[in-house]
Each structure stands twice: as structure tokens, then as C-alpha cells.
Design a protein around this ligand. Structure first.
Ligand code: AMP
Length: 287
């Protein structure tokens, strides 16, 4: 596996690959890799000639008081893990390399960002869109892989690629979980033992609600959301940022499920002492 830290060097390497007719699959990450990231890399390995992964903790997408400084990092381990799943090139730029001067223009995302994580993290998806567009400009992939763990991010990026007519296929990867159901996340290491013990109840509660909805007895979404929030409150000590049911990927509000066809997302975000966890379950409610 090759490792590149400069934009110039990876661009040259990409140019060489393209000259040889290679199709490129790209997996952007913030590192501290786990099975969730690796599943995307494995999928990219199966579907492309060349796999490029990036590790970059993007300061632009972290708000004030968020965990940019304490975001876990382990470059050596990440290198070995990426190599182990057959990544061809690992791109690990510094902040200085990615942002040598303040950006003269950045993205402002309008759709799907006043809800869920966007409502609690103003500017977050602007930062995500800006860095992903920069990375797309550098890597020029044929396919880019993103996890449904960050479902709202996926929805935002799918819209961005459509709006800007990019010849990049966005590929969705399903959520990889720990044995007890907790969604794998680099941030899980920053949970206290007690928090880690109860955190699987976030998924358990979302799954219980997916089953309840599938049974079809209760269809009023405001009622379901109130129940969801109170059950989460009973089961966990973290602060609930949101626990909502919306359409996916449009993320629109729903009044009653009996009028709904297609995919819906049951999503929650929970704040613990040092980390904020997100999780979701997507189900199809077509009759
Ligand atoms: P991150 O390093 O957290 O920015 O994540 C990089 C990519 O991996 C994003 O597309 C995430 O959605 C995806 N990802 C993170 N955790 C998981 C998981 N548990 N299962 C599947 N994909 C994930």
C-alpha cells in the first residue's frame, strides 16, 4: 500500500492509474479505523480496480466546544488495518496541506440540514460538503463509499453530487455494530465504562420502535416520537439531542405513517460526558 501526504503526489499517482484505465473507489474517513470503515473499504475493493482511502480529521466540520482536539487518532494502526483489507493508496494530508490558506469559497448546504444533527450542529454539513468536494477534486473517484451510520451525511452528499453533476456514484454501506448492538464508532473509546454499558440501549430502543411501526398498530408519528423519547430517557442517562422519525433520504417530517410509502428513518443522537453518539434504523413502510 502506498501512502501519500501531499495533494500533488497523490494526484500524480491517480493520473497514472487513470492512464492505465483503472476505475477508482474512494473511502473518506477521519481515521481511528474500525470494522465500519473496513466494511466500506472491502466493498470498494470488490467493486473497483483501485481503492483509495483518506484519513483526515476535518476542522471545518467541528463546531466550537466539539471534540476536534480529543478525536481519537492512531496513524500506525490505521495504516496496518487499511493495508490488511487491500487499500492501494492511503491519503493522510495535514490540515496545512488541505487548508494552506483560508478557503475563498465554501459550500452552504440548504436542504436536509435544519433537522436531526444539522439542527444541533450548525455549519457541520457545510464543513463536510466542503471537505468532501475538495477530496473528490483530488481523488476524482468513480465511486465513493459512505456509511448509513451517518445517514444524514449520506443524504446531503447524494444531493450534492446530483446538484453539481459529478460523475461519482455514491455507494451506501450498512451499519456495522458491536456484538451488543452499539454502532461501531471511533468515538466509542471516549465513553466512560458506565456510558459504554448502557449505550447499546440506543440501538435496542430504535429497533424496538422499528418493530412497533412494522406491526402498524400506532401510526401517529408525534405519538410514536413522544414514546420513543420517553423510553430512551428511561433506558439511558445521556442527554437526548433528538429522537425522531422522518422520511429517508429526504428527511421530511411525517404526520401519520398510514399515508407513507417508502423508506423512513428512526434516528437518535445522545450526548454523553465526552461524546455525542448517533444511530439510526431505516425501514420500508410501503404497504
Ligand atoms: P468517520 O471516520 O466517522 O468520518 O466515518 C467515515 C465513514 O465510515 C463514513 O462514511 C461513516 O458513515 C462510515 N462509518 C462510520 N462508522 C460506521 C459503522 N459503524 N458502520 C458503517 N459505516 C460506518
Amino acid at each position: 500500500m502506498e501512502q501519500f501526504t501531499t495533494i500533488k503526489s497523490i494526484k500524480n499517482w491517480i493520473k497514472e492509474q487513470k492512464k492505465n484505465g483503472k476505475q477508482i473507489g474512494f473511502v473518506p474517513t477521519m481515521g481511528f479505523l474500525h470494522e465500519g470503515h473496513l466494511s466500506l473499504m472491502k466493498k470498494a475493493r470488490e467493486e473497483n480496480d483501485i481503492v483509495v482511502a483518506s484519513i483526515f480529521v476535518n476542522p471545518l466540520q467541528f463546531g466550537e466546544g466539539e471534540d476536534y482536539e480529543t478525536y481519537p487518532r492512531d496513524e500506525k494502526r490505521d495504516y496496518e488495518l487499511a493495508k490488511g483489507v487491500g487499500v492501494d493508496a492511503l491519503f493522510t494530508p495535514t490540515v496545512q496541506e488541505m487548508y494552506p490558506q483560508p478557503m475563498s469559497a465554501t459550500f452552504i448546504v440548504h436542504k436536509g440540514v435544519d433537522v436531526l444533527c444539522g439542527a444541533n450542529r450548525p455549519g457541520h454539513f457545510d464543513g463536510v460538503a466542503t471537505v468532501v468536494m475538495k477530496l473528490f477534486g483530488i481523488i476524482t473517484p468513480d465511486r465513493a463509499y459512505f456509511g448509513l451510520k451517518d445517514a444524514q451525511q449520506l443524504a446531503v452528499l447524494e444531493n450534492l453530487v446530483r446538484d453539481y453533476h459529478l460523475d461519482i456514484e455514491i455507494v451506501r454501506g450498512s451499519i456495522v455494530r458491536e456484538d451488543d448492538g452499539l454502532a461501531k464508532s471511533s468515538r466509542n473509546v471516549n465513553l466512560t465504562d458506565e456510558e459504554r454499558g448502557e449505550a447499546p440501549y440506543i440501538y435496542k430502543t430504535l429497533k424496538d420502535f422499528a418493530e412497533l411501526i412494522e406491526k402498524g398498530k400506532e401510526t401517529s408519528v408525534p405519538k410514536l416520537e413522544r414514546k420513543l423519547q420517553s423510553l430512551l430517557n428511561e433506558r439511558i442517562s445521556g442527554n437526548i439531542d433528538y429522537a425522531e422519525i422522518r422520511t429517508f433520504p429526504a428527511l421530511e417530517k411525517i404526520d401519520d405513517l398510514s399515508n407513507e410509502t417508502g423508506d423512513i428513518i428512526i434516528a437518535a443522537a445522545v450526548r454523553y460526558s465526552k461524546v455525542r453518539l448517533i444511530d439510526n434504523v431505516i425501514i420500508n413502510v410501503s404497504q
